[in-house]
Design a protein around this ligand. Structure first.
Ligand code: GAL
Length: 682
């Protein structure tokens, strides 16, 4: 198994640092000089600079000034550090909006946005594109040989849509390219409904929320434009510095289809802000969700990724902004590394003195000291990361994948019917959690991804799938794969047109061998039961049902009914089925459950398939083991998210990388603690 190259070429270290805004402190040279002393103390080796600094780089149209940042770059180089140098499109100067008002985005109501704020520009504006292209080119020319230039950080959480006439017309052109004829788009949109038939392309009302397929296409268009915009910024940089990697920081949202953006950057990076220490189960729910999103971003690039931002302590935008309790910061940081990150970067290095985020957590607070708890804990993370050079380039290897498809999320959210909200991500997490608990690595992929490398694929509520995706899933099972899917799957094609002949439709009808007559919805608090009618190893006699009951019929006698509904007018109808298809098996779960069924069925299926967790170590609740490997050595990250210490019994001898010693037998993991254990690869 080959190791991946470090994300910053020739810098084979875990990256540690974060967003650094020295231009806010130009009038305070002593503070900047403290920063550089503190970088060393906190074991910081990489900072993201220039994110909002357009006006510093280009104080007036066409006049560039890199003097201030030259000093910063030189200082970084002198300390052997790297810059994740940002293109400053998220911080557009006032002069730009005044001189070129057309760069400002227009909202749905047709009102052009004001200057100020951040981000917020029209991605199809030729002026904006020309200006950022020229600035990026100038920056790349200026810094191309600078030893501190590690990578390019394009914009900041770039997103947003614009409804200006140009964007609307571009969208209509996009539609023309896709559908070619009005007949085709009218058919795809089922436009005879409510008399929406277009007789000319100009009639398309971009904002019509009653046409689901139109909303989907608009989102696709906005996403294509985003990817095209990022590619535009990247092209200017790549022309001058072809070997310097580019990234752009992504977010945990189902609003953006990042897989398209991932294709135009070299490194996938994302910003993670979990709600640690939320009350009750919410703490761990957030923790598992974060693991899921780490896996999603790793799976998107199919290689190690970067954690580009996290809060070193407090946020500023939650209702209750809690600090991370002692240990939690290191644990959360190592969780990212465990799932494939090659960095722990913060928002923000130093708290700004003024401005919108002046009370957002930072490594260095307004007190300016290096003896705060947060500073010390950040330094500990830096020291720990410095011990992990050999983990750089290793990977998580998954035989299991969950399909969490963003276009499907859009379609489900728009769908009028069944229950509200659809809780798609939550359903995926109910399948993800038992795998996480058992230390079974799981990729989080999309319906367009290849499935060949997996043995078990979980497809929760894939309401919308095109024929190609259905074919791919069918092939996977035919070739011997095990498929586990649920209610809602296979309802509509990529245009949100219902598949005829019963759901799940298309090729999936054959794969599952069932058809659903209706999807019955339960009120909150209302329950039904899935009663097993066959005894199946690993499954209990019955399972409580919440929210959804898919009233199934089998298509032929070969389809095995494993459980039926116990109550109500559909009692006795199949609730859980399995169908042998080709060399594989397809399970259909016609109900929703809080999670114990997911744990049991996945336990059974992974046992049958010989898919094992990272180690044979029993763990209590809220603890997990995640593994990276290079085929020679395995690196096990043992995480304790509990507020109490835990003892575990090791299944052999390991080398504890943070403690620098060999360990075996019983090991105590402190509350909110982490151990990184190395062994020869199994
Ligand atoms: C991120 C953003 C940062 C900062 C941070 C606060 O989404 O990229 O610039 O605003 O949130 O948590």
């Amino acid at each position: 198994m080959k190791k991946f190259n470090p994300v910053v070429p020739n810098f084979p270290h875990m990256l540690h640092g974060g967003d650094y805004n020295p231009d806010q402190w130009k009038a305070f040279p002593e503070i900047i000089s403290d920063d550089f002393k503190y970088f060393d103390k906190a074991n910081v080796n990489t900072v993201s600079i220039g994110i909002f600094s357009w006006v510093e780089f280009e104080p007036e149209d066409g006049v560039y000034n890199f003097e201030f940042f030259d000093k910063i770059m030189d200082n970084l180089a002198a300390q052997g550090m790297k810059a994740c140098l940002a293109t400053p499109s998220a911080g557009k100067p006032h002069w730009l909006g005044i001189k070129y008002p057309d760069i400002l985005p227009v909202n749905e109501a047709g009102v052009r946005g004001r200057r100020g704020g951040r981000g917020g520009f029209c991605k199809s504006s030729p002026d904006f594109r020309r200006k950022i292209h020229d600035l990026n080119t100038a920056m790349a020319e200026h810094y191309k040989d600078h030893p501190a230039l590690g990578m390019w950080h394009i914009s900041n959480e770039c997103c947003g849509e614009c409804y200006c006439e140009r964007c609307q017309n571009n969208f209509r052109e996009w539609l023309k390219k896709k559908y070619k004829t009005l007949d085709a788009i009218n058919a795809a949109y089922w436009n005879s409904f409510w008399g929406h038939t277009y007789t000319d392309w100009s009639e398309i009302v971009v904002t019509d929320k009653s046409v689901h397929a139109l909303i989907l296409d608009w989102k696709r268009y906005v996403n294509d434009l985003l990817a095209d915009y990022i590619a535009w910024e990247a092209a200017a940089l790549k022309k001058v510095t072809p070997d310097v990697p580019v990234t752009t920081n992504m977010m945990e949202t189902d609003g953006i289809d990042y897989k398209k953006v991932a294709k135009v950057v070299d490194v996938v990076s994302w910003d993670s802000y979990p709600r640690w220490h939320a009350l009750g189960d919410a703490h761990m729910y957030s923790g598992i969700k974060t693991a899921f999103w780490h896996d999603r971003f790793r799976s998107m690039g199919k290689k190690p990724f970067m954690l580009m931002e996290c809060a070193p302590s407090f946020n500023s935008w939650l209702e209750v902004n809690k600090g991370k309790k002692p240990g939690m910061h290191k644990l959360a940081s190592m969780q990212a590394i465990a799932h494939g990150s090659e960095s722990v970067q913060y928002f923000q290095w130093r708290k700004s003195r003024g401005g919108f985020e002046k009370f957002h957590g930072a490594v260095v607070d307004h007190c300016g000291r290096d003896d705060t708890r947060v500073f010390k804990e950040v330094s500990e993370v830096g020291a720990a990361l410095a011990k992990l050079d050999e983990v750089v380039g290793t990977m998580n290897v998954s035989r299991v994948a969950i399909i969490y498809d963003i276009e499907n999320a859009w379609a489900l959210n728009e769908m009028a019917g069944a229950r509200k909200p659809k809780k798609y991500e939550d359903l995926c997490l109910k399948f993800y959690k038992p795998l996480w608990k058992k230390g079974i690595s799981c990729d989080v992929i999309e319906a367009c991804d290849e499935l060949d490398s997996y043995d078990l694929v979980i497809v929760p509520a894939l309401y919308m799938a095109d024929d190609a995706a259905c074919e791919r899933i069918a092939k996977f099972v035919e070739n011997g794969g095990t498929l586990l899917s649920t209610y809602f799957t296979g309802w509509v094609d990529e245009n949100d047109l219902c598949r005829l002949g019963g759901f799940p439709g298309g090729k999936l009808a054959e794969v599952f061998g069932v058809w659903s007559e209706d999807l019955e919805c339960l009120h909150n608090g209302e329950k039904n039961t899935a009663r097993m009618i066959k005894s199946v190893d690993g499954l209990k006699d019955s399972y409580e049902i919440i929210e959804y009951c898919d009233l199934l019929h089998t298509k032929n006698d070969d389809v095995e009914v494993l459980a039926e509904f116990a109550d109500d007018y559909y009692a006795g109808m199949p609730a859980l089925t399995v169908n042998k298809y080709g060399k594989g098996k397809a399970y259909y779960m016609g109900f929703k459950n809080e999670g114990d069924f997911m744990a049991d069925i996945l336990g059974k299926l992974t046992d049958e398939l010989g898919i094992k967790g990272a180690a044979d170590i029993e763990l209590p609740e809220n603890a997990a083991i995640t593994m990276r490997t290079d085929g020679e050595n395995d690196y096990l990250f043992v995480q304790n998210y509990n507020s109490n210490d835990i003892n575990i019994t090791l299944d052999g001898e390991y080398f504890d990388m943070l403690e620098d010693k060999t360990v075996s037998g019983t090991l105590t993991i402190d509350k909110y603690g982490i151990r990184i254990l190395k062994r020869s690869a199994k």
